[in-house]
Design a binder for this molecule. Structure first.
Ligand code: FE
Ligand code: FE
Ligand code: ZN
Length: 276
């Protein structure tokens, strides 16, 4: 059984996302915790959340994935920017507890001109401030394509962040197929080799979610432009191997391809037809 969903707009609440997900053949979804550009989150609607939790249970939904605004930068050279990231993530952590036991993904950040070592330290420092022993949410570092000065462009950098986090049992990784191919991990020709490398540096037990995207750019381009499933440089065969790989097939898969709902429905259908 394939656990799959797509990115959905959270503007109409959780119950709406649940119903939308079901309507496109999904049993999970990803959503932004607030405007992707940062700013304020909507007030928590507890009734909506209760209706969603009931709906998700009745329809055998699996874990859902929240995505932090991608403008947060916990390793900015500016202290006020780092503080903003921390405060926002802290607030997101509190909000996540209304939907206990789910996943929260964020882009580690951009070190700008400080170097990745400083970036790694600052990201870990932020995580050490926001993680609480009692939380039920697992926080995921996303694998990045390495554009600009992104931290998390290789498994070593992610491992270095994780090593510095005290409550590391609350941490995991979200692997983005577009990003890692852009970053120089050849999942088209050597998926097994890439996963072995992940396992030796981070541990496959830390892998909690997959962003399943094709890419508009060739191998190692460090660009981060997602393409529809099967229409990019990864191609359908490589992505089919990803969803069927024994180390990955039980994870939740999230489409972040350039689509509206009907396009996501078609991709989900297509991928389900290729489950072996
Ligand atoms: Fe992302
Ligand atoms: Fe992604
Ligand atoms: Zn991306």
């Amino acid at each position: 059984m394939l656990n799959i969903g797509s990115h959905l707009s959270s503007s109409k609440g959780f119950e709406h996302m649940g119903k939308e997900a079901l309507s496109i053949g999904a049993n999970t979804f990803q959503f932004f915790t607030r405007n992707p550009r940062g700013s304020k989150a909507k007030a928590i609607d507890e009734d909506d959340i209760h209706r969603f939790l009931k709906f998700a249970k009745e329809n055998q939904f699996t874990t859902i994935l929240a995505h932090a605004p991608y403008t947060l930068n916990p390793c900015s050279a500016k202290e006020s920017t780092r503080e903003f990231a921390q405060i926002t993530m802290e607030d997101d952590m509190k909000r996540m507890e209304y939907i206990p036991g789910n996943l929260y993904n964020f882009h580690p950040g951009s070190h700008v001109k400080q170097g990745s070592q400083i970036g790694i330290e600052m990201i870990a420092e932020t995580l050490n401030k926001i993680l609480k022993p009692e939380q039920t949410t697992t926080v995921l570092l996303e694998t990045m394509s390495g554009k600009g000065t992104e931290v998390g462009r290789n498994f070593e950098e992610l491992a270095a962040i994780l090593e510095r986090v005290e409550l590391s049992h609350h941490m995991g990784v979200c692997l983005d197929t577009c990003h890692i191919y852009d970053a120089g991990y050849d999942i088209v020709n050597d998926l097994d080799g890439v996963l072995e490398e992940f396992d030796s540096l981070i541990g496959l037990d830390k892998l909690k979610a997959i962003h399943l995207n094709d890419t508009k750019n060739p191998f190692k381009s460090h660009k981060d432009r997602h393409e529809k499933i099967g229409e990019g440089y990864l191609g359908l065969d490589a992505l089919v191997k990803v969803i069927n790989h024994p180390a990955l097939k039980n994870l939740p898969f999230f489409l972040e391809t350039p689509n509206e709902l009907d396009g996501y429905a078609k991709e989900i259908q297509l991928l389900k037809e290729h489950v072996q």
